[in-house]
Ligand binder design. Structure first.
Ligand SMILES: Cc1cc2nc3c(=O)[nH]c(=O)nc-3n(C[C@H](O)[C@H](O)[C@H](O)COP(=O)(O)OP(=O)(O)OC[C@H]3O[C@@H](n4cnc5c(N)ncnc54)[C@H](O)[C@@H]3O)c2cc1C
Length: 385
């Protein structure tokens, strides 16, 4: 059987694409190796932009997500500053005339809400199926599955949202290893967070505190050696180190839990498409979490791919012209998200005094100049195009 679209990976990005196509006459098959109702990885805090909320509202899952206690925490203010230098910037939701700048969402709760919504549609989701490879032929894509005797799944268009792009091996990728790791964990402070997120640039690298439920999600960027030292500390010594680096005004750290680390790389495909196949989400670009852009860019990939698919006659799905149209539409937003994140890491990850001074000035000016601040906030909330 020839499907119209096969989606490889029903993570958040693949699921959004499937839901956006669900009410149409497009015939969609979804494949994921995780068992139904499970997430493969542990939980993580996703920073969701206001634009992402609008997508979830249009898909009808926002109410279900926010009904779960602590699943989505509004960020009403972001406080951006640097240690050991002047310059501070504040982004506030009320200045933008919106209820929240963004939300911190539990990956697990989001995945559960998406799974439930997908199960109510007629989209065929096959769980527990591992994809070996996706091969583009002139007239269709063939998705090969693990397991002896498993029949390939054929479709006019294969949308690969497997989180790594491994299923689409032939694609050219650029990779930059930042030589840093993100140390993540849950953090409790004496005072309530009141919806305030902190992004503090320190000589060791940026520290982000994201308000989530009754605690903060901590993302501390450090070198691998430093991460090993920090992970080996007991909780009291770790909190002491954190308070020293973060500065005193937001001290009062009480408790930390679930500390773990993961390597930080930038990996992306400039043209994330091959014959009859397109990669999206983390499969197309994996970004440093400093600006909380990665997932939001991936969501916009899914939303805009659905738009192009719904606007293309069935017999032309997956052809070169359709893929070109999608790539053209996504180019500016993807590249801007990549450049913006990469630039932020380079400017704020550098502790030379002559860089520290101008970047303090940049933060101060950005705070003082409403138009610049509005442009910056708009980029953070909705992406660039
Ligand atoms: C530790 C960590 C912390 C992060 N923190 C943040 C953050 O704070 N803010 C933020 O915006 N982003 C963050 N990110 C990035 C964010 O998690 C990703 O942007 C998001 O998960 C991408 O969604 P996705 O659907 O593209 O991929 P994934 O979430 O990786 O989903 C991929 C899906 O594909 C399935 N799959 C994989 N391989 C196969 C296969 N061969 N066959 C079948 N199915 C397959 C998997 O089971 C999974 O369901 C973080 C990433 C990591 C690793």
């Amino acid at each position: 059987m020839l499907n119209d679209v096969v989606i490889v990976g029903a993570g958040p990005v693949g699921s959004v694409l499937a839901l956006a196509l669900a009410d149409s006459d497009i015939d969609v098959a979804v494949l994921d190796e995780r068992a139904a109702g499970e997430t493969l990885r542990g939980d993580r805090s996703l920073a969701l932009s206001h634009g992402a909320r609008l997508i979830f509202e249009r898909l009808g899952i926002w109410d279900a997500l926010t009904a779960v206690r602590g699943a989505a925490t509004p960020i009403v203010r972001i406080d951006i500053s640097q240690a050991g230098g002047f310059g501070q910037m504040e982004l506030a939701a009320e200045e933008q005339g919106i209820p929240a700048l963004g939300y911190v969402v539990s990956y697990r709760a989001l995945q559960a809400a998406l799974d439930t919504a997908l199960a109510r549609t007629s989209v065929a989701v096959r769980h527990g199926v591992t994809v070996k490879s996706v091969d583009g032929k002139p007239a269709f894509a063939a998705v090969e599955l693990e397991g002896a005797g498993a029949e390939p799944v054929l479709a006019r268009l294969a949308a690969v949202a497997d989180g790594t792009g491994e299923a689409m091996a032939g694609i050219a990728r650029q990779r930059h290893d930042y030589g840093q790791v993100a140390l993540v964990g849950k953090l409790w402070r004496a005072a309530p967070h009141n919806g305030v997120a902190y992004e503090r640039f320190t000589p060791d690298g940026p520290i982000a505190l994201l308000p989530q439920s009754d605690h903060y999600g901590l993302v501390w960027t450090v070198t691998p050696n430093r991460a090993r030292e920090l992970v080996a500390l007991d909780d009291v010594a770790f909190l002491d180190q954190l308070a020293r680096h973060f500065g005193t005004q937001t001290g009062g750290f009480l408790r930390v839990a679930d500390r773990r680390e993961f390597p930080l790389v930038l990996e992306f495909a400039r043209e994330p498409a091959l014959a009859r196949c397109v990669a999206l989400g983390n499969a197309a670009q994996t970004l440093h979490p400093v600006a909380g852009q990665g997932f939001n860019v991936g969501l916009r990939d899914a939303w805009e791919l659905a738009d192009v698919v719904l606007d293309t006659p069935r017999e032309r799905l997956g052809d070169r012209a359709m893929l070109e149209r999608y790539l053209r539409g996504r180019r500016t937003d993807r590249m801007a998200g990549i450049a913006f994140t990469h630039g932020l890491v380079n400017v704020f990850g550098n502790d030379l005094p002559f860089v520290r001074w101008p970047r303090g000035l940049a933060l101060t000016l950005l705070d003082a100049v409403p138009a610049a601040k509005r442009a910056f906030t708009h980029a953070m909330l909705f992406g660039l195009r």
